[in-house]
Design a protein around this ligand. Structure first.
Ligand code: PLP
Length: 428
C-alpha cells in the first residue's frame, strides 16, 4: 500500500503533468468536462476489483450482493434524473462507453445488414451512427455490420433538413432512425423525427451523449416522450466518469440487456458505475441545474462575441453547449486553427462544418463551454475567450500568409513565434 509516486514515479509524473495541462490551458473541447473529487474518489475505489457478469440478482459470480445494491441504486438514480416512470422505461448502466452502448442497441434492435439512418459525420453526426467515407469505405463497426444512409444538414442554413430526410427515409425505409449528434448546435425536432420514423415503420433512437446534462437540467427538450431508445455517454455535459447508459422502453428491455451482456460485453466496470452513481446524484441538485443554465448562457455569449468580430457560425448561433465556427470565409483550415490553439494551450478540435467534404481538412472548429463553466467561467469570461480565439485566428492567418497552404510548413513556424508565445502567456 505504498503511494503511487513511490510505486511508479513515471506514471505519477505523467498524471501530475496532465493535471498541469488541464489547469493552465483553456479547455474548449465540447465533449470534455471536469468531474468532481467525489466522482474521482468512487472511480478509484475497491469496486474496480469486483467481477459481476450478469444483472442484479442474476449474476455469474459469487460475492455480488454489494454490487447488486450499487447497480440498482444507479439504475434508480438514472431513471429519476430524467423523470422516467420505471413501469415504462428500463435502463442499462453497464455499457463501457458511448460506442459500445450504441452498438449494443443496434445488436438488440437490428439484424446484421438491416438499415439505419443517422446524421452524417460531416453534418455533425457521430461515427457510430453509420459512417463511411466519400469513397464508400466502411470505417465504423456500425457501417461494417449494418447498412446506413446518412441524412445531412442543409448546407446553406446548417439546420437538419427534415424534408429531405423524410424523402430519403421513404425511399430507404430504415428499421432504425437516429437523432442526436456530436457537433450540432441546435435543438432537435423530436416530434418530426417521430412522425418520420412512424411513416416508415422505424424505431426512433436518440443519442444525447453530448447534451444529456442539459436535458437532465431542463435546459434542452427531452427526447424521451418521442423515442424508443435513448443512449448517452456520462462524461460530457453530464460531468460523470467515462461510461455509457442505455434507456429503453420496457418492451425492449430483455433484448437490450442481452445485447450488452453477453452480446457485446463481459463484466461491468463497477468502479465506474459507482462514480456514475455519484455523478447522477450531483446532477439532481439545484447547483447542477444552475450550472447547465450557465453552460448555455456561456455558449450564447461566446457565439455573440464571435459574431460581433465578424465571424461565421454554423446556423448563425447556438441553442446548446457548443458553437460551430466556420473559418472558410477567412480561408483558414480548421486543422491550422487547432494547431495554433494547441501551441497556445487553448484546446479545441477541428470539425467539419455544413457543406464540408473533408474530415481531415475540415473548414471549422467546434468549441464547447461545459468544461470552463465547471471552472466557474461566466459570460464575461467567455467574451475574453472569444477575444483570445480572435487573436489566435489572426496569428494563424499571418503565419499562413508567410508559410503558404501546407500544414507541415505552418506547424514548423509555430515554435518560437513571438505572437504565439505572447498569446500563450495571456492564456495562462
Ligand atoms: N455518441 C456521440 C453523439 C458522441 O459524441 C460520442 C463521442 O464523442 C459517442 C457516442 C461515443 O462515445 P465514446 O467515445 O465514449 O465511445
Amino acid at each position: 500500500n505504498r503511494p503511487l509516486a513511490e510505486v511508479d514515479p513515471e506514471v505519477s509524473a505523467l498524471i501530475a503533468k496532465e493535471k498541469q495541462r488541464q489547469v493552465y490551458g483553456l479547455e474548449l473541447i465540447a465533449s470534455e468536462n471536469f468531474t468532481s473529487r467525489a466522482v474521482m474518489d468512487a472511480l478509484g475505489s475497491c469496486f474496480t476489483n469486483k467481477y459481476s457478469e450478469g444483472y442484479p440478482g442474476r449474476r455469474y459470480y459469487g460475492g455480488t450482493e454489494v454490487v447488486d445494491e450499487l447497480e440498482r441504486l444507479v439504475q434508480q438514480r438514472a431513471l429519476e434524473l430524467f423523470g422516467l416512470d420505471a413501469a415504462q422505461w428500463a435502463v442499462n448502466v453497464q455499457p463501457y462507453s458511448g460506442t459500445p452502448a450504441n452498438f449494443a442497441v443496434y445488436t438488440a434492435l437490428l439484424k446484421p445488414h438491416d438499415r439505419l439512418m443517422g446524421l452524417g459525420l460531416s453534418s455533425g453526426g457521430h461515427l457510430t451512427h453509420g459512417f463511411y467515407t466519400a469513397k464508400g469505405k466502411r470505417v465504423s463497426a456500425t457501417s461494417i455490420y449494418f447498412e446506413s444512409l446518412p441524412y445531412q444538414v442543409d448546407p446553406h442554413t446548417g439546420y437538419v433538413d427534415y424534408d429531405r430526410l423524410e424523402q430519403l427515409a421513404l425511399l430507404y425505409r430504415p428499421r432504425l432512425l437516429l437523432c442526436g449528434a456530436s457537433a450540432y448546435p441546435r435543438e432537435w425536432d423530436y416530434a418530426r423525427m417521430r412522425s418520420i420514423a412512424d411513416a416508415v415503420g422505424a424505431r426512433l433512437m436518440c443519442d444525447m451523449a453530448h447534451y444529456s446534462g442539459m436535458v437532465a437540467a431542463g435546459e434542452l427538450a427531452s427526447p424521451f416522450p418521442y423515442c424508443d431508445v435513448v443512449t448517452t455517454t456520462t462524461h460530457k455535459s453530464l460531468r460523470g466518469p467515462r461510461q455509457g447508459v442505455i434507456f429503453c422502453r420496457r418492451e425492449h428491455e430483455q433484448e437490450v440487456n442481452e445485447a450488452v451482456f453477453p452480446g457485446c460485453q463481459g463484466g461491468p466496470h463497477n468502479a465506474t458505475m459507482a462514480a456514475l452513481g455519484v455523478a447522477l446524484r450531483e446532477a439532481a441538485t439545484p447547483e447542477f441545474r444552475a450550472y447547465q443554465k450557465q453552460v448555455r448562457a456561456n455558449a450564447r455569449a461566446l457565439a455573440a462575441a464571435l459574431l460581433q468580430r465578424g465571424y461565421t457560425l454554423v446556423t448563425g448561433g447556438t441553442d446548446t453547449h457548443l458553437v460551430m465556427w466556420d473559418l472558410r470565409p477567412q480561408g483558414l483550415g480548421g486543422n491550422k486553427m487547432q494547431k495554433l490553439c494547441d501551441a497556445c494551450d487553448i484546446t479545441l478540435n477541428m470539425n467539419a462544418v455544413a457543406g464540408d467534404t473533408s474530415a481531415l481538412n475540415p473548414g471549422g472548429v467546434r468549441i464547447g463551454t461545459p468544461a470552463l463553466t465547471s471552472r466557474g467561467f461566466v459570460e464575461g469570461d467567455f467574451e475574453q475567450v472569444a477575444e483570445l480565439l480572435h487573436r489566435a485566428a489572426q496569428v494563424a492567418l499571418q503565419i499562413q500568409d508567410r508559410t503558404g497552404k501546407k500544414l507541415a510548413d505552418f506547424e514548423k513556424a509555430l515554435p518560437g513565434n513571438a505572437a504565439v508565445q505572447q498569446l500563450r502567456d495571456d492564456v495562462h
